[in-house]
Design a protein around this ligand. Sequence first.
Ligand code: NAG
Ligand code: NAG
Ligand code: NAG
Ligand code: NAG
Length: 594
Amino acid sequence: MVVICSSNMVGGAMKSSQPVQCVFVRLSVLCLLLCPSVLPQRNDRPNFLLFMVDDLGYGDVGCFGNDSIRTPNIDRIASEGAKLTHHLAAEAMCTPSRAAFLTGRYPIRSGMGANHGLRFLPTIANTGGLPANETTFATLLKQAGYATALIGKWHLGLHCASGGSLCHHPNNHGFDYFYGTPITNFRECGEDGESVYYMTSVYRRYKQVCWAYLVGAASLLLIKFLGKMHVRWMTLLSLLTFCTLVMAFPEVFVIMLRPWNCVLMENEKVAEQPYSLKDLTPNLVNKSLKFIDDNADMPFFLYHSFLKVHTALFTTKEFEGRSRHGRYGDNVEEMDWAVGRILDAIEKKGLSHNTFVYLTSDNGGHVEEIRDGQREGGHNGILRGGKGMAGWDGGIRMPTVLRWPKDVRPGTVVDEPTSQMDVFPTVLRLAQLKTPGNRVIDGRDLMPLLTESKNVTDHRFFVHYCGSVIHAARYRPPTGESVWKAHYTTPNWDPGTEGCYDAFLCDCRGDYVTHHDPPLLFDVTKDPSERSPITPESEPKFAEIISTIDKGVKDHMSSVEQVENQFSLRNILWRPWLQPCCGHLPFCSCANNA
Ligand SMILES: *[C@@H]1O[C@H](CO)[C@@H](O)[C@H](O)[C@H]1NC(C)=O
Ligand SMILES: *[C@@H]1O[C@H](CO)[C@@H](O)[C@H](O)[C@H]1NC(C)=O
Ligand SMILES: *[C@@H]1O[C@H](CO)[C@@H](O)[C@H](O)[C@H]1NC(C)=O
Ligand SMILES: *[C@@H]1O[C@H](CO)[C@@H](O)[C@H](O)[C@H]1NC(C)=O
């Protein structure tokens, strides 16, 4: 016992003070006998270093089978720890996926499931976001004395009331320090003059409607002049005004997207607007290194959330043209370099043995992201579909690695289905904290699978939401090898393709999807690419499997409470007075001064 006690302290803050150590040894022995629950001491608590990559695909990483892209640092995490080959995001889109990751709950529970086509928060100056009464694991770690920081992308809102308040801000969701963008990187944030694509595609549909109005109005005008029909001037005028407004409004947004939304903040202050992408990767790395440096003596949680490898693509000079896969590949390799820099810093501080490292992506590679014939989105390997397609595994099965030297054997591979929501209870358990009991937590502790003390996941069902509708569900029976997946609804791909190229992102409902009854069924263990649907003829238990999955989905649905939708029109409406702006609206601009 004495040996355990003193070795506990060697790595900790007490190592240089002999007498204190002796007292502690005695206290610890006493403690081991009398009060086991009080242990361990503060300095034993693990650090957490979590990386979130934006839009990285399953096939973009060396250890996930890519033999021509170089990701040595990610591969090293896997070889020194574990690779999770069946790790699922809760949605195929950034905002809901990130909400689920931080709360351990399906996005629908926090109102983060959109009931229309826009599934990410479109501006910083709206009132939608992660509700104040949702608890992130950052908040729980912070309450327990951890130093916490978010460096990089947030995308879970800023203000929740029209009058301001910053209630969705990372500082109010458990992060002591925030440096990064409260929203996301948009293609329009690039500095190459390339713009107006991402949001335009969202508005394209509405624009078509308006063109129809305009043509209608013009025809009426013509008819009036030809004197063939009596048309009131007021009717014409109001029609024209309406059309101009509806058309101009999105245009203004598209033009103002960069100055308004490409913003870096340091805590509550704007640090750079619009941001320059040129040195952004080393800039964010520097912030993370400083945080580690400042907090090496206490337990910390660093969440390094890349703006990469989302478009606009950007790298420093050193990474231009380095990969064999164009600008996208350069971006992946620079991201891996950044991971390596931060891991080195942990190593130099002697903290590797006590730091839980995890890396994943918020959703799959964006297959429709093509510019001038060059793919600028990720590659989802053998998986079908991608970002935005909530049911297909290309959208939600994420390349994920982790390292936890205390318990996880190097080279561990977990093929069982797991979820990003599992990080919530896993982190809390490692930090010896209680999981909140006053709400449904959908995540399950990963440790039994990681330590191979269990070989079947505790999750029986996973539901796969597209906004607020369930597109598919996955069922892992407690025995056997199969993992079944039923697609109730699939997006309508453009003919001859496996993507929604015309719309840029697949939609969840209406004319944009096909419903399946009976559902399309796959065994994703045997057929991870979801190419050969199982039929009642090929699988005698077909009906039984489907009815089991139906029941799982029903049970899940009955556990979902009605909450305010964070994507309601009211919540996504842009409000000029909520716009973070350095300078004078609408001309927001300041150089980096952080
Ligand atoms: C590796 O990744 C690149 C970049 O996404 C992709 O173009 C390529 O097809 C991938 N290679 C394999 C073997 O998956
Ligand atoms: C990052 O820090 C290094 C070392 O302190 C410095 O040389 C470099 O200029 C910094 N880069 C950025 C982009 O801040
Ligand atoms: C899990 O382990 C048990 C006992 O070690 C074994 O019987 C079973 O086949 C394993 N299941 C899987 C899915 O590997
Ligand atoms: C948060 O507040 C809303 C509105 O009062 C409520 O419906 C919801 O259940 C609350 N969520 C939690 C996790 O307490």
